[in-house]
Design a protein around this ligand. Sequence first.
Ligand code: 0D3
Ligand code: CA
Ligand code: ZN
Ligand code: ZN
Length: 487
Amino acid sequence: MEVDHIVCSLMFFVISIVHSSAAPALFAGQRTENWKNFYMAQEYLDKYYEDHTQPIGMLTSTDSMSTKLRKMQAFLGLQASGKLDSATIQAMKQPRCGVPDVARYRHFPGKPKWEQSAVTYRIKKYTSSMHRADVDTAIDLALKAWSEAAPLNFAKMTSGEADIMVSFEVRDHGDSYPFDGPRGTLAHAFAPGEGLGGDTHFDDEERWTMGINGFNLFTVAAHEFGHALGLGHSTDPTSLMYPTYKYQNPIGYRLPQDDVKGIQSLYGPRKQAPEKPQFPPQQPPQQPPKQPSPPFNPTICDPNISFDAVTVLGKELLFFKERYVWHRQTQLTSVKPNFISSSFPHLMANVDAAYNVPDTGNAYFFKGPYYWKTTGNQILWQSHPISDFGFDSNIHQVDAAVYMKETGTTLFFVGNLCYSYNEEKQKMEKGYPKKTDEEFAGIPSKVDAAAEVNGSLYFFSGSKVYKYDNEAEDVVSVTKTSSWIGC
Ligand code: 0D3
Ligand code: CA
Ligand code: ZN
Ligand code: ZN
């Protein structure tokens, strides 16, 4: 593993050591008498371009310094003159580690990449600041962000040597890049290659979380895996590979354009969908199979499309179908399908229903006899039985759910029946279930999905959407389902 393949964000710091007196030979301009620059350069090169597999404290000769200079210049995309010219001095004064900023996305020198599409990973050492299952999920989602964009499949290992060995470490941990305690460097990863190559270390003195506080593990892991797959830092401030941490919500996360371009320049675009999502382990093995239908192609605008679930989440309207989710901003721009697994845990494919309570920020996703809850920015990954809502044990799934702001209740649709759940009291309202077509005149007895948008209720049933007016107690308009995703 070459030293310059490591990526970190060490702040530039100075140690005063007096080195060789042959310094001027390195300067490009004869009139340059900036010894401060020379010492700065020497320290920089020692810190970032020293072969740390060798014992430290050895005398550094001018030769090896210019070699290191050349190496550094090549790495930074500068002219590899081996001379300490002003561009090189400028680059060294950048308050970040030797990760270049000239282009947007960057690769490592020699463009190291994984030659096989199946890349293995193993979480070797966990952190004590998070549940293991949450670490697994954060890592899983972070890898998924990349495998959505490029033809890579990540295979998890629980023993032995994997391509990407993930661990939480403190201070000195055997790779010459000791961590620095709380804040500062959060993590580092090695570019693709043998041995240390691909390995990803997280500073275990940080407070790792699933949410917005501390450092969000998904965010940092997604960034580090960019390095582990061969990407350097990007100058695009909206990119994931930008050098400084900015919280990214794992829910609804999609790889920014610059990072997609970066990864595809190494591995090409993804042609076929990532592996089929697995069922949650908590799920009973026997689920009544849905009637077989031809494989659904989300890129073809099907005028007869129907949805599994629809919900508002934050400023977006989300449409779920099988393994896909469409994100629609309040103002309709172009709406493209994405794999559910790029934004949500893969187990959320084929959701039955979803709803959101804007006041609490909670969203609920239903699948078979289980539901998942997301709070503010984090998914509580544990699934719970839908009987928590007060459904009888003979109810094994719900078809649709919608929260109504005005009443503070959530409507659930099961077969031709509807239930009303009081969110405040956390109880089913008396008198339910009722027949859906009796409670809501004009809508079909069976609905696939429901959502409240701008105070109006919309019922999705097959290829049609019924807008229901609570005041008029009737359907006021019917639209094609496909028009909701811009078809
Ligand atoms: C790092 O520690 C990066 C990790 C990183 C960068 C961007 C997004 C997620 C993770 C090392 S490769 N950067 C330092 C950092 O952001 C500079 N520290 C915390 C801070 O808040 N400044
Ligand atoms: Ca740190
Ligand atoms: Zn390390
Ligand atoms: Zn980085």
